[in-house]
Design a binder for this molecule. Structure first.
Ligand code: NI
Length: 396
């Protein structure tokens, strides 16, 4: 029996040096040329069959086990964020206004370390591993789709056809040593909306001659709050947040237009449907009642991340076996955050798990996307061990 914790700990210096190198040289989504180049080089050195340019800057490495069996895709995202780093760490970003503030440097390092471990044990694996190093998880970056969708478009789930998928995220909301492996929905689906309210401008002293888009905007904002509180069942969840309002130019002018934007988050497709229907009815209804024209657009960013119960159950069993000293959360943890791995998990059964990574004593506890974000690198060991062990168990 392979001791995955021991092997991950032995390879910690490798994982750490890779992670720190990626951290010093972060790249934005679809610009992961240096990162992808290093990933390809490392995988080739291990003897994997490597394909570059899958989803623009994405890299795929194929590891054939010693016996036939299913194909498992392991996803690791590589992109950084447009943030100016303020950690003061010795391995801080050398690229101005670009920073690994979400931990994807850690994911890339974990992916390479998992490949090293499993390549050493390839004769014991019954099946194939597809190491998927994904670009641009954080957004579209000027492309028509994000990295996960683009890799799917470029055929990452075919040739050989993928049976299961695993992915993970280091997670600073929770301490290092905590591991979250849930069944069913674990991260929310996200939509982005835009509402344009077209009234009739005029002098602020003669409001009766105008159709005030600001009053209509205020009504829209208030009415939208009733969706989560009055249309969605209390034990289910949804978020409807208006996050920008723009209108007006001067204190004595009633403007012509107002524009609102915001986001909707849901887990359950049925709840999502209710929210979208009510959103449409409310914006249209306020427009009618206020005598103005309201145009609304809702764009889906990602579906919810939904774990397959069977695969998640197997990952939970693996975790219980190899991470006896960790705090395993197998039931309750969900987050309203979103993740584009949802697209792959819509197409193939799989499991997305969280690896606790904060450390209050060492002040490594800023949230994801904060300029001081950094995590306890012990999470590299636990993330590597669970990912490698879960993949190996699925290929038994
Ligand atoms: Ni992230």
């Amino acid at each position: 029996m392979i001791d995955f914790m021991k092997e991950a700990r032995t390879l910690f210096p490798y994982a750490q040096s890779m992670r720190r190198d990626f951290h010093v040289h972060p790249e934005l989504g679809f610009h992961e040329v240096r990162t992808g180049g290093i990933v390809a080089k490392e995988l080739e050195a291990l003897g994997l069959e490597v394909t570059k340019g899958v989803g623009k800057t994405g890299v795929v490495g194929l590891l054939e086990g010693g016996k036939p069996g299913p194909v498992i895709l392991l996803r690791f995202d590589m992109d950084a964020l447009p943030i100016n780093e303020e950690t003061g760490a010795e391995y801080a970003s050398q690229n101005p206004s670009i920073m690994h503030a979400c931990g994807h440097d850690g994911h890339t390092a974990i992916g390479l370390t998992v490949a090293k471990i499993l390549q050493n044990h390839r004769s014991e694996l019954a099946g194939t591993l597809k190491f998927c190093f994904q670009p641009s998880e954080e957004g579209l970056n000027g492309e028509e789709m994000g990295g996960n969708e683009m890799m799917i478009r470029d055929g990452v789930l075919d040739g050989p056809k993928v049976d299961y998928a695993l992915a993970m995220h280091v997670w600073n909301e929770k301490p290092v040593g905590w591991m979250g492996i849930g069944k069913g929905p674990v991260m929310a689906g996200a939509e982005q909306f835009e509402i344009k309210i077209i009234g009739k401008g005029g002098h602020a002293a003669t409001p009766h001659l105008t159709i005030d888009p600001i009053i209509a905007a205020a009504q829209v904002v208030s009415a939208l709050q009733s969706i989560a509180s009055r249309n969605v069942a209390p034990l289910q969840s949804a978020v409807v947040s208006v996050t920008t309002i723009h209108s007006g130019t001067a204190f004595n002018i009633i403007p012509q237009e107002a524009e609102l934007t915001g986001t909707i988050r849901t887990f359950d497709p049925a709840v999502r449907q209710i929210v979208l229907e009510r959103f449409e009815q409310i914006t249209r209804g306020v427009g009618e009642s206020m005598g103005c024209k309201i145009e609304s657009k809702v764009k889906r960013i990602t579906p919810a991340v939904i774990n397959n119960d069977d695969i998640a159950g197997k990952v939970q069993n693996t975790a219980q076996r190899i991470l006896s000293d960790s705090e395993l959360d197998t039931s309750s943890y969900v987050t309203m955050g979103a993740e584009d791995m949802a697209f792959m998990l819509e197409k193939v059964p799989g499991c997305f798990f969280f690896v606790g990574s904060n450390n209050h004593e060492r002040h490594l506890d800023y949230g994801h996307h904060h300029p001081k974000f950094d995590f306890d690198e012990e999470a590299l060991v636990r993330g590597t061990a669970l990912m490698a062990a879960a993949a190996a168990d699925l290929l038994k």
